[in-house]
Design a protein around this ligand. Structure first.
Ligand code: FEO
Ligand code: CA
Ligand code: CA
Ligand code: CA
Length: 600
């Protein structure tokens, strides 16, 4: 009961309630302040945000759209300074209907009526990432203007190198890059990671959605189809031939990677690390193994796709930053098979081993990593309910796997780790690295929670009974392990959030002891947004969160918001609440009013 909760809970804050309205909410005794919004200046020459006169040139100097991953690196590097640092933020995608006046694009508008080359290029400049220097002054965070570190990375103009086994392979060559080693930009950067050597990993997720064209007769037709290329979610292919696979057959092979950026050097060239495989990368958080090798856990976010990990060949050197800069180019990629007896087998994606032979379409390691999904299919990996963020707990060596939902799983496809058909609410699986060794090829797994409303027997949820009517959540997406080894979850219910009766948000989740599996609601986003980013400062006194796409998701399905949002008539104008100013994705800082650690 409640008394036990008070006696042994890891989290000490007053829970907020499920619900939805036009703004955000945080637990009492905490402040949640907007740090930076879409369109705010990043580079020194950035013009003021003018939503009625948007240009690619302006957007390339301003904070991009749909902030997702948030990483923090204390400055100076190595100091763990909790009051001054670099914030590395992904800009995952764009929502034309609320970005641009007069467009009113609605579901199913495949013709992209109203999208011009200029608007497409604003979108391309609004993708990618931002590197900001931030500082806390008198208890409040602000962006340092004119910082030497300030950087915008875009889909429009940032050159990137391809490194690792696929660099230079024939499948990577295009009409503008005969060497197959250089790409312009990065797209659909969802979550990511920060390495101990102070680099920023950007995960390229739904890259297929940007490509146009016809795959019928394409030499790689089966592979492209396995990745959903082309899907034409955007108008880019109308104006940029490289986003049309009929015109540039290999360009889509150059996306779907983990990108590594050195944020300490704004002139550095980001690197697409092909050794980590090509799929719809949700994120890339890593842990240093006991033997010094680094291990990156990675979800492939699609229904029935897989969980992967990469184990570096070399070891991390804490005393020599430069020696670590190419650690992610050599190592072994594995995919997970979850067995009903509670074991996880990690199957190596190594050319020449098992079925990964030339006869089966894998003549070299480049082909294995480029078509990692096909290789994982051949190995018999377990098709999962959309693997999202995966994070290892450095205190316990447990690994938490967010499985967000999978409405298409049939009763015949149910298995131990994906236990529900038509899974609308998701589950969190916990893996224990065998003997704390993250390079192990045989681990064990347990279910941590099965999400959804525990009061509704039809849902089949599994929570600790100490969870209140506000403590349960649906569709876990991103997560953060704080510096005390406690787990925090953020959700993305997509357009189905009205099924839970609550907007997305941040929940604390107990993982150890009698209260294991107890959720507790900490923060809530405004209507139509999803909750991304969660990241703590090294002292746990600040939690950074990213409010993504306010106003857009499923608003018409909920009483009080019965319309699809447009620029002119959005469901909310968060955070400005000013007539004529559209809703703006923004990064928010959460601090405790007494300056203490979050949730303590
Ligand atoms: Fe971009 Fe898997 O969410
Ligand atoms: Ca995510
Ligand atoms: Ca997300
Ligand atoms: Ca998601």
């Amino acid at each position: 009961g409640k008394k036990a909760l008070a006696a042994s809970a890891s989290f000490n804050f007053s829970e907020i309630s499920h619900g939805v309205d036009e703004t955000h909410h945080v637990a009492p005794g905490y402040s949640a302040e907007v740090l930076i919004r879409w369109g705010d200046p990043v580079l020194p020459d950035a013009p003021a945000f003018d939503p009625m006169n948007q240009t690619a040139a302006a957007q390339a100097t301003q904070f991009g759209y749909n902030n997702d991953y948030v990483g923090y690196i204390g400055l100076p590097f190595g100091s763990d300074n909790p009051e001054r640092g670099l914030l590395c933020v992904n800009h995952e995608y764009t929502n034309e209907e609320v970005m641009f006046p007069g467009l009113g694009k609605q579901d199913g508008d495949a013709e992209f009526a109203g999208m011009t080359k200029d608007l497409v290029e604003v979108e391309m400049a609004a993708h990618g990432g931002s590197v900001l220097e931030i500082e806390k002054v008198d208890g409040a965070w602000r962006v340092v203007s004119g910082s030497q570190y300030a950087r915008r990375i875009t889909a429009l103009e940032t050159p990137m190198d391809l490194t690792g086994p696929a660099a230079g392979h024939d499948l990577m060559k295009t009409s503008t890059d005969a060497n197959g080693t250089r790409v312009i930009g990065t797209i659909n950067n969802c979550a990511g990671g920060i390495t101990p050597w102070g680099t920023y990993l950007m995960a390229e997720e739904n890259f297929h959605g940007y490509f146009w064209g016809d795959v019928e007769g394409h030499p790689q037709q089966a592979a492209l189809e396995r990745y959903g290329v082309p899907s034409a979610w955007y108008a880019w292919g109308r104006f940029h031939d490289r986003f049309d696979v009929s015109k540039e057959p290999n360009e889509s092979n150059r996306f779907g990677w983990i990108v590594e950026v050195d944020p300490l050097d704004p002139t550095s060239t980001p690197k697409k690390r092909t050794a980590l495989g090509r799929f719809k990368h949700e994120g890339g958080e890593l842990i240093v193994n006991g033997d010094g090798r680094v291990v990156v856990y990675m979800g492939d976010d699609q229904r029935f796709d897989y969980l992967y990990k990469f184990v570096s060949a070399g070891t991390y050197n804490p005393d020599d930053r430069a020696a670590n800069m190419d650690l992610l180019d050599e190592g072994t990629l594995y995919v997970a098979r979850f067995d009903a007896d509670g074991t996880v087998a990690w199957l190596p994606l190594v050319q020449g081993e098992g079925p990964l032979t030339a006869a089966n379409g894998f003549p070299d390691q480049a082909t294995v990593v480029i078509n990692a999904r096909l290789a994982a299919d051949a190995l018999g990996a377990t098709p999962m309910d959309r693997p999202e963020d995966v994070e290892a707990n450095p205190v316990t060596d447990k690994i938490y796997v967010m499985l967000t939902n999978n409405s298409r799983r049939t009763p015949e496809q149910v298995d131990a780790v994906n236990p529900r058909a038509e899974n609308r609410f998701g589950q969190i699986v916990e893996i224990s690295a065998a003997n704390g060794d993250h390079s192990s090829t045989e681990d064990t797994w347990e279910m941590l929670v099965v999400c959804g409303d525990p009061a509704d027997g039809e849902v089949g949820a599994m929570w600790n009974p100490a969870t209140t009517e506000n403590g349960w959540f649906a569709s876990p997406d991103n997560c953060a392990v704080d510096n005390q080894g406690r787990l925090w979850i953020t959700t993305d219910q997509g357009s189905g959030w009205s099924r839970s009766g609550t907007a997305d948000g941040v929940w604390a989740l107990e993982t150890e002891g009698e209260l294991r599996g107890t959720g507790k609601m900490f923060f809530r986003v405004p209507v139509g947004a999803e909750m991304c980013g969660p990241k703590f400062t090294p002292d746990d006194t600040t939690l950074f969160v990213a409010v993504q796409h306010p106003a857009t998701d499923g608003t018409k399905a909920y009483p009080g918001f019965e319309r699809n949002s447009t620029f002119e008539d959005p469901a909310t104008r968060w955070p400005d609440f000013q007539e004529g100013v559209p809703p703006r994705p923004s990064v928010v800082t959460i601090t405790k009013d007494d300056g203490g650690k979050i949730g303590v």
